[in-house]
Design a protein around this ligand. Structure first.
Ligand code: TYM
Length: 342
């Protein structure tokens, strides 16, 4: 059976982008794949995390996975630091990846900003740890949002170079699964910026734990433009929204994409449905749908977080099974590298 690995950082403020771009897609993949879903706390500490908050946020991400519909008993949910193989294989990946490859990573440039000298070494090596996460289980498919595409290409390069350097066919080349109408959810305040956990403005994102009033307020305040909603004239000859149309009205298409994803419809159907309507009408429908969907998940998250014992038991069991699954693969890697395993 093909195997899935994917992860979310426990860095606070899980938002609609994380849900629609990743977690929601993961739920549907459980029927067809053997799934491993990880809360990547080792990745989180590449930038400063308050220790008490890190623990709480780790449980919160686990609660989000469970509340969204991931089966933590049939599949695996665990936090990365509980399986030492991630850090062990990451070191080997550090020695396979080339500096030139990492220098091309746009996410490092964005996150390190102007003060690059002061960024942690972990932040720079972040994509190597991500490659290790995937390769440690010989995962074949990795469902993520659009922003992780470059990191996945690097994971494939590392897998390929490892196999070539050591003359083995050990790692499969992991395939990205980037699908659905919301692979890149944008900020509600600026349709050219990605919705992100770290945006200073809470109005830029809808958090998975926002209550109905907060969701309604954020959608009401979401930036739009003065024209009515676009219709099928915005589609190019390939049937997709023409790039010029998208660039001219990023906020409108972002909200339409969010609606399509929440309603489980394709974007063109939604464009047809709301063509020529006023934003005020559309925003009300969007609010109702967002509240109905997120309300259920947020409520279940709060229930789970009120009794962390249930979450902790699932994480503990998941980590045990993840260690068992990864141990023979790590042994194979060590054999290939030439470590004396006495
Ligand atoms: P993270 O925690 O930033 O995001 C978790 C998932 O959410 C997706 N995502 C979005 N999708 C659509 N629109 C957005 N605005 C948006 N923001 C975030 C991300 O693409 C991701 O799928 N490096 C990863 C975590 C990771 C990982 C891995 C993923 C660590 N190891 C191995 C896959 C495989 C990250 O920072 O995700």
């Amino acid at each position: 059976m093909n195997r899935i690995f994917s992860g979310v950082q426990p860095t606070g403020n899980l938002h609609l982008g994380n849900y629609l771009g990743a977690i929601r897609n993961w739920v549907g993949l459980q029927a067809e794949y053997d799934c491993i879903y990880c809360i990547v706390d080792l990745h989180a500490i590449t930038v400063w995390q308050n220790p008490a908050e890190l623990r709480a946020q780790t449980r919160e991400v686990a609660a989000a996975f469970l509340a969204a519909g991931i089966d933590g008993r049939k599949h695996i949910i665990f936090n990365q630091s509980r399986v030492p193989g991630h850090a062990q294989l990451a070191w080997i990946c550090n020695c396979v990846a080339r500096l030139g490859w990492l220098n091309r990573m746009t996410q490092f440039k964005e996150k390190a900003g102007k003060d690059r000298e002061n960024a942690s070494v972990g932040l720079y090596a972040y994509p190597n740890l991500m490659a290790a996460d995937i390769l440690l289980y010989k995962a074949t498919h990795v469902p993520v949002g659009e922003d992780q595409k470059q990191h996945l290409e690097l994971a494939r390069d590392i897998a390929q170079k490892f196999n070539a350097d050591f003359g083995v066919e050990l790692f499969p080349l992991p395939e990205p699964l980037i699908f659905g109408p919301a692979t890149r959810v944008m900020s509600l305040r600026d349709g050219t910026k990605k919705m992100s956990k770290s945006d200073a403005s809470d109005y830029s994102r809808i958090n998975m734990t926002d209550d109905a009033d907060a969701v309604a307020l954020k959608i009401r305040k979401a930036k739009t433009d003065p024209q009515p909603l676009p219709g099928p004239e915005c589609l190019g000859p390939d049937g997709k929204v023409a790039p010029e149309a998208m660039a001219a009205r990023p906020e409108a298409f972002n909200l339409l994409g969010i609606y399509a994803a929440l309603a489980d419809k394709d974007l063109n159907t939604v464009i047809g449905e709301f063509a020529g309507k006023e934003f005020s009408v559309f925003k009300q429908v969007l609010t109702d749908l967002a509240v109905a969907t997120l309300g259920k998940i947020g409520g279940e998250m709060k229930r789970l977080m009120a009794d962390p014992a249930e979450i902790d038991a699932i994480l503990k069991d998941g980590a045990e099974r993840a260690r068992a699954k990864s141990a023979p693969i790590l042994a194979e890697v060590e054999e290939a590298v030439g470590f004396l395993r006495v």
